[in-house]
Design a protein around this ligand. Structure first.
Ligand code: PAF
Length: 303
């Protein structure tokens, strides 16, 4: 721990106690330390870019840190596997955790502060308040994961209020989550810019996800078919095909290609997420959730 701001810095020898003058990654565990550390950077005239994550970081998360750096922000990454956004039969216990590996990746990416709180630090005592966003949570993953978006909206609100960033960065891969957060920030007049960043993909098109490591080699090979299907649907509906018939045929093709279940494959309005029968004139998105063995994959592209 270092004196004044009581944070741990991964750099070696330095006489400075001001994290804004250090080069390394400050590791903070408490809200008080996060606020003190952010304040030191603000005092030095810098803006703050928050990257909320649940850890098990990959290139997609690194691109969010880069997004903050590109805008001139001091990147602050949070790592917290948020129990309230997992259903009772979901993978909270199995969710991959690799704190030291994450710190190393963040340091290499140029992140300056990582906030890695305990559950008690995030949720001290009984919590009687939560954030519910209607409308955009009512389709797609909403009914399939009851309580999920309430958990996400609440924890993201807390992280925003803890870090008080200028901007916060989220991947478009979790497209519904991004729309929920944008809507929450708008409806509650929260003074933060929400930046959606393009999905980062493997060479064969599979969207990067911390959950991809659940797949075995055969499933991983099958998984590439999802991105292909999204592209085929996008191309067809852009060309004037009816959305429902196109997605029904694509769902059948996914099942024939080895996927165990298609939870949804739909064309929606890019902002309201309302299902569309034809694409145009508003921007549209092809969105999907599928199951492959024990892995649930979600992905989406512009239509
Ligand atoms: O996208 C995620 O990793 C999580 O849902 C988030 C936004 C960090 C909230 O826990």
């Amino acid at each position: 721990m270092r004196g004044l701001v009581a944070v741990c810095l991964t750099t070696t020898v330095s006489t400075s106690t001001d994290p804004a003058r250090e080069q390394g990654l400050a590791i903070v565990r408490t809200v008080a330390d996060l606020r003190r550390t952010v304040a030191a950077f603000r005092k030095a005239g810098q803006t703050i870019g928050l990257v909320p994550t649940m850890g098990a970081l990959h290139e997609g998360h690194v691109s969010l840190v880069k997004g903050a750096l590109d805008r001139g922000d001091v990147p602050v990454t949070s790592i917290f596997v948020n129990p309230t956004q997992f259903g009772p039969n979901e993978d909270f216990a199995a969710y991959p955790r690799d704190e030291q590996g994450d710190f190393d990746k963040l340091q290499a990416a140029g992140c300056r502060i990582v906030f890695a709180p305990t559950k008690d630090e995030m949720y001290p005592g009984e919590q009687l308040t939560s954030v519910i966003v209607k409308g955009v949570t009512e389709g797609l993953c909403g009914p399939l994961r009851p309580g999920h978006f309430e958990g996400v909206a609440t924890v993201v609100s807390k992280l925003l209020l803890m870090a008080m960033p200028d901007r916060a960065f989220f991947g478009e891969k979790d497209y519904q989550q991004l729309q929920v957060i944008k809507r929450m920030v708008r409806d509650l007049s929260m003074p933060f810019e929400i930046v959606g960043m393009p999905t980062v993909r493997e060479a064969d098109g599979l969207a990067m996800s911390s959950r991809n490591r659940y797949m075995n080699a055969a499933e991983r090979k099958t998984a590439t078919g999802l991105y292909r299907a999204l592209n085929e649907v996008a191309q067809a509906v852009r060309g004037g095909a009816a959305c429902a018939a196109t997605t029904a045929a694509a769902s059948q093709a996914l099942l024939a290609g080895g996927f165990d279940k298609v939870e949804y494959l739909t064309v929606v309005d890019a902002e309201s997420l309302a299902p569309l029968e034809r694409v145009a004139p508003a921007p549209a998105r092809v969105v999907a959730a599928v199951r492959l063995g024990r892995t649930r994959l979600i992905d989406n592209i512009a239509a």
